[in-house]
Every structure is written in C-alpha cells, then in structure tokens.
Design a protein around this ligand. Sequence first.
Ligand code: GAR
Length: 205
Amino acid sequence: MGYRVVVLVSGSGTLLQALLDAQAEGRLDARLVAVGSETGSCAGVARARRAGVPTFVVPMPRLLPRGSAEREAWDREFADAVARHEPDLIVLAGFMKLLGAPFTDRFGDRIINSHPALLPAFPGAHAVRDALEAGATSTGCSIFWVDEGVDTGRLIAQVPVEILPGDDETTLHERIKVSERTLLVRTVNELAARHRQSGARKVRR
Ligand code: GAR
C-alpha cells in the first residue's frame, strides 16, 4: 500500500538518490516502486538497482522527432512500462526527454518535474547556462505539474538560489541541486499527505 511513486531519470540521478536516502532513513511518506529511463547506461538506473528498487528501460537510441510516429510509439511503450507499476505519482528527476501526448494524456494529473530555475524564467534543457548568460543575479529551482508544454505546467513549489561571483555552470548547478534535493523530498511528502487526506481513489489505467 502507500503512495506509489515512479521516478524517471536520464542522468546522474542525485535527485533520485535524495529520494532513495529519504526512503532508507524512513523520511519518505511514500514508496518508490520503480525507476525508469530511456537509457540503461545512466548512473540513475544504477543507483536504483543498488538500492533494490525495480528498474525499467525503454531505449531511445537516437533522438526521435517529437510528433513522429516513431516517437509516439516510444511514448506509448514508455507509458505502458510506467503503468505496470500503478503509480500515484510520477517524478521526473533529471529526465531529459519531453514526454508527448500519448504519455501526458494518460498520466497528466500525476506527473511532476523538478527544474533548475525559477520558472517561468529559463525553461528548457539549459536553464543554468541560460541564467548565467542572461547575467541574472539569482535563480533557483521549481517543482511543477507536467503538461504538454516545455516547463509550462502549474507550479507547486520554488526555492531561490543566489548566483555568486565566479559561479560557472557546474558550481551553480550543484548549489541549485542541493536545494532541489530537499525540495523534492518535501514536495513528495506533501503530495502524499494530500493524497491520504483526500482519500482519493487511485485510478488504475
Ligand atoms: C536537476 O538539476 C534537474 O532539475 C535537471 O537535471 C538535473 C538532474 O540532476 N532537470 C532538467 O533540467 C529538466 N529540464 P541529477 O541527474 O543529478 O539528479
């Protein structure tokens, strides 16, 4: 039982690790039921395996254009793989592919993403670099409900992060990720509590 969470990753998986650590230490009021990816070689999938959390990979060996038949077939297959774990919540934790309608239509009210900027500022795949190039003096991180747009969904929580003189993309991103890890654990716990309170019946699709 419990609030079932599937986490999707593409990269190093340090946000996922924050959730895994919280679960191991009894600080997560939810259950990480699976971790999925489009690439089996990413460190995030290895972190899940080490923690004994089931993993699944639906490979996307080359970038399939959005809207193409091939991409929609991939979206459907990925959605099927996620659905097998009957998630109450899907967390994009450094998942770097845009999910198309075959995925978002199916889970649209249950997907959150963590983004390294204060949305609506600096959406997209290079938010940290874009903030530095724009000469911003502060940025931050955001957690939001995923819709079909690129980082356009309804905001859930944000934390500002100062940009320090001498910051480069690596140092700034690392400082943002420290905030993201805490915010993500807290947000999942809050959504789990809301779910319990509402007594919402899980929709199994
Ligand atoms: C995080 O900063 C996350 O916000 C970002 O990727 C990083 C993942 O780090 N996601 C995006 O930029 C999505 N647009 P991790 O692999 O160490 O968890």
